[in-house]
Design a protein around this ligand. Structure first.
Ligand code: C2O
Ligand code: CU
Ligand code: CU
Length: 479
């Protein structure tokens, strides 16, 4: 698969990168990497048109509707070099699985890898049995047919493997895909929704390559989260996106193992955030900055209607690095802006904000010394129990260490929760929506309003994938 090689940039691989790799590799091995030591991403040169993952096609005449196969492949990130990668139904990443609100589908999941994997539907409220967490192992060569029900609001979710101890490596090698719950046919939503045209998934990841331009995880990995200096969007290096519609909807996923992304527009302009992890925000929010920790999603609208083809615009990060430049080639006449919604209801009722805390989570540590409530993950231990459909308040505390501590993105399977408060304060409008992952700063206490609509065993964990693999994870049984 050609995934946007470097064109004239062929030299980029070797020298300077090799040094970088060593630094990072050593840091990881000693476990003492400075928390602030985050490699800068190389800017996109805008050489390759962004690859858009195809929408997964429905099967005809089978006893299942969709098929998702984890497999090995190769990807040409760099010209003339074939890099070993993993993908779903292909060489890298996976097709977009698109369900409609309320829809129920049978999905055949197959493991064509040489190692065990699982298929986790991140953000989908399904029973523990088919959630694809560490218990859901599928052996090499095996298949299973599961029923996924999209019994929750329209949202941008994703899927990825979740084998305990190998999640980080399998994701790093390329296993991730988008899972969209689309507004139902009867929806009066005026939001752009023509997939690949004005409704675009953007999977942001950083990768580290060795001197042979391979993703040699064992050598490159960092116990505190593998960080790379190469930015890929939807698997494309040096991407650009040609924009043909005046109002574009982007579904951003931070699909990195560990890196936090803070997105801005290169001209400093505002954009509109319309959704968080689990669906539309209470109200759209105008903003010029958006931070997503690993596994978080957001949907935004960017208005290009006043832009000319000569102007340049890009999505950049907070270091000013260009991640995705746009090429403007509008084909429509500036549309009336979509009718946005407002709400009179408060985000949380008074009763909800005053509920007592019933579950306490303490995140602590770094590298391979990470714990939750002082313990490492044990697949045979149930840490908490909660009744199906009954709402409880979880308080998540990120206990600082002697070096200050680090951000942990905390994720719970099987639920879309609301954030009640951060250190006692109401959250910003762009977090007033359903969430399944929440960025927790060192020293911060975050209160969550958590309900599980389905039964089963679910994990909760830090979504820095190496922390997860190192045991920063617990289990809850929903009964
Ligand atoms: Cu993205 Cu435990 O999952
Ligand atoms: Cu998940
Ligand atoms: Cu962590």
């Amino acid at each position: 698969m050609d995934n946007g090689h470097m064109g004239g940039m062929g030299g980029m691989g070797s020298d300077n990168q090799e040094d970088g790799n060593n630094d990072i590799g050593m840091g990881g091995m000693s476990g003492m990497m400075n928390h602030g030591d985050i490699p800068r991403l190389a800017a996109s040169e805008g050489i390759n048109e962004l690859s858009i993952p195809p929408v997964l096609e429905r099967q005809q005449g089978q006893d299942f509707d969709y098929e998702v196969t984890a497999q090995q492949g190769t990807t040409e990130f760099f010209e003339g070099v074939s890099t070993d990668t993993y993908g779903y139904n292909g060489d890298l990443l996976g097709p977009t699985l698109k369900l409609e609100e309320g829809e129920s589908v049978d999905v055949k999941i197959t493991n064509d890898l040489d190692e065990v994997t699982t298929f986790h539907w991140h953000g989908l409220e399904v029973p523990g049995e088919i959630d694809g967490g560490p218990h859901g192992e599928i052996q090499p060569g095996e298949s299973q047919i599961i029923t996924l029900e999209a019994d929750q609001p329209a949202a941008t979710l994703w899927y990825h493997p979740h084998v305990h101890g190998s999640t980080a490596e399998q994701v790093f090698k390329g296993l991730s895909g988008m899972l969209l719950i689309a507004e139902g046919a009867g929806s009066d939503s005026e939001l752009p929704r023509e997939y690949g045209v004005d409704d675009i998934p953007l999977i942001f990841q950083d990768r580290l390559f060795d001197k042979d331009n391979q993703l040699s995880y064992d050598r490159l990995m960092n116990q505190d989260g593998t960080l790379g200096d190469v930015s890929i969007v939807n698997g494309t290096i040096n991407p650009k996106l040609t924009v043909t519609k005046s109002v574009m909807r982007f579904r951003l996923l931070n699909g990195a193992n560990a890196r936090n992304y803070t997105f801005q527009l290169s001209n400093g302009a505002n954009f509109t955030q319309i959704a968080s992890d689990g669906g539309l925000l209470d109200e759209p929010v105008e903003t010029d900055t958006l931070t997503l920790a690993a596994s978080e999603r957001a949907e935004i609208l960017i208005d290009f209607s006043t832009m000319t083809e000569e102007e340049s615009l890009a999505i950049i990060n907070d270091e000013g690095t260009v991640l995705l430049p746009f090429e403007i080639a509008l084909e429509d006449s500036p549309a009336d802006s979509a009718n946005m919604w407002t709400t009179d209801e408060p985000f949380l009722t008074e009763q909800e904000t005053e509920m007592p805390v019933s579950k306490e989570i303490e995140l602590f540590g770094m590298a391979d010394m990470v714990t939750i409530n002082g313990k490492k993950f044990d697949m045979d231990r149930i840490d908490f129990r909660q009744e199906q459909g009954v709402t409880e308040v979880w308080e998540v505390y990120n206990k600082p260490d002697m070096m200050g501590g680090m951000i942990h993105p905390f994720h719970i399977h099987g639920t879309q929760f609301k954030i009640i408060s951060r250190d006692g304060e109401e959250v910003e409008p762009n977090e007033q929506g359903l969430k399944d992952s929440v960025l927790v700063e060192p020293g911060e206490r975050v209160k969550l309003l958590v309900t599980f609509p389905e039964k089963g065993i679910f994990v909760f964990h830090c979504h820095i994938l190496e922390h997860e693999d190192n045991g920063m994870m617990g289990q809850i049984e929903v009964y």
